[in-house]
Design a binder for this molecule. Structure first.
Ligand SMILES: [Zn+2]
Length: 403
């Protein structure tokens, strides 16, 4: 039996009485047992055409989901019903919000197409923001703002929004914006003087109830342009959230809200400059420390000099690398450097030392566990056990010295 869809002709109906046609056991998406109730008529909107389903109650049972099963509307509820009369009651704030977003979407889509030649290929009404995907050239900031302004003009104009029925031919004569292949009597939504398009969704009576629309951003999705927008109460919510975020950032940057972009730009370039300076200073420090170390470690007999250095602190790997590199600049020097607790080790050599740092690293990693890599003259690794560094350096030294 076909369910009569009360929302088709009265999208403002929040409460109604109906007869239970059937009630079967089912299972909800989250695994909990539910009941699937079909009524002779309903005001509950099922998920379809980009608009999410309604919530609410049937008698004292919560409606968890509403599904469109072709002819019938299936209400997923938390308890079962006997045949007889029931009372349905919609979660009105949710439904009205959907109506604000959906009518707003028709309006924006019409304006993007008519004024800017950008047809809507799909629409999604999310729980936070809604999106329309436009096909064509990338909409510039001026186009996005122009569409928003034009939509708000129509909203302030308080135009009537009406439901029209007719065959595809009749709607085509009336100038319907999107052609449909379905036959029989179709339903279409008209925003006076702006738009007529086939739609089974629930809509406002007047454009003024959209309140105001805000186009928030545009990003590329495959070949199309995804435009994010909000309408009605959501506009108020996101405007508040944006303002709060701006205040918080301004507080962190210690400036007025209107100076945030400039202050953030300054902070980033200062950070970059400090980073560059710190890196240069670290390099100079590594070179100076290497020089001091080398003065204390004379070349052994045979001309090969092996320098081992173990650090135990919270410093970073970069300094170790610079230090090992600086040591290995000295003639015939092999540098074995490591740090606990991070477990980083660096093996570097002056090419004339004639050893193989890669083979050396592979051998100790095999013996002690860890990973790394590099070249014949320079390798870096990280031990699985950060506390084994000192032992590893001793072992590496023994290998280099052939002991
Ligand atoms: Zn629609």
């Amino acid at each position: 039996m076909t369910t009569r869809r009360l929302y088709y002709d009265d999208s403002y109906l929040r409460e109604y009485d109906a007869q239970v046609v059937s009630c079967e056991k089912g299972v909800h998406r989250d695994g909990r047992p539910t009941f699937e109730v079909i009524l002779d008529e309903t005001a509950f909107y099922p998920t379809s055409g980009g608009q999410p389903h309604d919530l609410g109650r049937i008698d004292d049972a919560e409606v968890l989901d509403v599904r469109d099963d072709g002819e019938e509307i299936v209400h997923i509820v938390e308890r079962g019903f006997q045949p007889g009369k029931v009372h349905g009651c919609l979660h009105w704030a949710r439904r009205f919000d959907h109506m604000q977003q959906h009518t707003g979407q028709h309006l924006l889509s019409a304006i993007f197409q008519e004024r800017f030649g950008l047809p809507t290929v799909s629409f999604h009404l999310g729980s936070e923001v809604s999106t329309i995907d436009l096909r064509g050239n990338e909409p510039s900031q001026a186009v996005l703002e122009g569409a928003e302004r034009a939509a708000n003009e129509v909203i302030f104009d308080d135009r009537p929004v009406t439901v029209r029925y007719g065959t595809a031919e009749k709607l085509a004569q009336l100038g319907v914006r999107k052609e449909v292949e379905r036959t029989g009597i179709l339903r279409a939504i008209e925003i006076e003087g702006v738009d007529l398009q086939p739609c089974g969704g629930t809509h406002l009576r007047k454009t003024s109830q959209i309140g105001v629309t805000l186009v928030r951003r545009c990003s590329k999705i495959r070949q199309d342009w995804r435009v994010e927008f909000v309408c009605g109460r959501r506009t108020e919510r996101v405007a508040h959230a944006d303002a709060r975020l701006l205040r918080e950032v301004a507080e962190k940057l210690n400036c007025a809200s209107e100076d945030v972009a400039e202050a953030a730009g300054r902070a980033v370039s200062e950070r970059d400059a400090h980073f560059k300076n710190a890196k240069a200073a670290l390099l100079r420090l590594a070179e100076a420390e290497a020089e001091l170390t080398l003065q204390r470690e004379p070349a052994a007999s045979g001309g090969l000099r092996v320098v081992t250095r173990f650090f135990q602190d919270e410093g970073d790997g970069e300094y170790l690398g610079a230090f090992a590199t600086a040591l290995a600049k000295a003639e015939r020097t092999v540098a074995l450097v490591g740090r606990s607790p991070c477990g980083h080790v660096f093996f570097a050599q002056h090419p004339a030392a004639g050893k193989d740092m890669k083979a050396l690293l592979n051998q100790v990693m095999e013996e002690f566990g860890g990973k790394g890599g590099g070249t014949k003259d320079f390798t870096r690794g990280k031990l699985s056990d950060g506390q084994a560094v000192e032992k590893v350096l001793r072992r590496a030294r023994a290998i280099v010295e052939g002991k």
